[in-house]
Design a protein around this ligand. Sequence first.
Ligand code: SF4
Length: 439
Amino acid sequence: MEMNTTPKVGFVSLGCPKASSDSERILTELRAEGYLIASNYQDADIVVINTCGFIDSAVEESLDAIGEALAENGRVIVTGCLGANAELIRQAHPAVLAVTGPHATEAVMTAIHAHLPRLHDPHFDLVPPQGIRLTPDHYAYLKISEGCNHRCSFCIIPSMRGDLVSRPIGEVMQEAERLADAGVRELLVISQDTSAYGVDIKYRTGFWQGRPLKTRMTELAAALSELDVWVRLHYVYPYPHVDEVIPLMAEGKILPYLDIPFQHASPRILKAMKRPAAAENTLARIRAWREICPELVIRSTFITGFPGETEADFEQLMDFIEAAELDRVGCFTYSAVAGAAANALPDHVPEALKEERRARLMERQADISAERLEQRIGQTLTVLIDDINAEGAIARSYADAPEIDGIVVIEQAEGLVVGEMVSVKIVDSGEHDLWGELV
Ligand code: SF4
């Protein structure tokens, strides 16, 4: 390592948006201290890998990435969800310099200081006030809490990340304000359970712009709506208090969009999954929400073949899919995650049957999604432009979250720029996407 040049850190970020948010914090800290970020293994003096350990394939991907970095660079620090299982990493790759768990910016920085001492003259001015973000400049993830108080039987996140710890609302609002000031047009609120925000600190009152503000989802959504950006809520559960944000959506203050991972509809299976709000009458709740806010878009995910799922349970799920008419749906077959309680449940479903049920669900849902998209033809929607390519401008409306939902294609894209909001009239629809013309 040459000490007379600026130390360079290579950074590999794997996993979900929550992990990206950790990565952004580490990158911001690195730049604040004067480190440069290398764009390849060869130029880096050291490599940090932010890993994911959510499912077996993510564990493998993370271990492979560590192996590659060791082979290409040789000096590797591991952080992130898989880092919670240090023994597994050290067994597979004894040469790693340090291992830390998720959300451990300080521990990562300590490891970097130990192995790649920082410069004496930190270039604090190199860091823009909004920090370094991995998402395009016009949207950003806003993480409001860490960990989770639920114990869904298929999930190991609580054992890796611990119980819910809500960020103080004043701090969250300041970050949101900085992002909005820096030109961000859309904030995506994320956590493990956004509807639980503040439960751990008894909805403590914080301050923003000298005003008292409760650490609670509704109050947060209302405050964010004052920033004049799109506000999109992810990972919300169908609790009664979620009713409170629907009027904010109906009034156009936050996007009429909810990402609710229902996972199933059979009460028996939901109970076995230990899902939050498992006992709620979800269908009645969705209907009431739509009455208040007809434009509400709901995206969700489901699991087929959870241990003990019978044909009757699956039929109940299919009835729900039919009746709920959700806009966007993802579906996974149940897969055992090492360490999850559900592995010990009886009556595991054969792989082929899990897959057959998944395919049946997705086939029916594809029609429902397509029908709902078709109803958009003729509507005028405000869209945010994410990209310009050979197809035209690739944009999204309130109905589409980045990376997971569909897009709105504007073929005549002359003069349009990324990050701009424009009005389009929808002229065509497909299974996932829409086509629009500028109005
Ligand atoms: S709500 Fe359930 S699935 Fe989500 S992080 Fe918490 S325990 Fe895991």
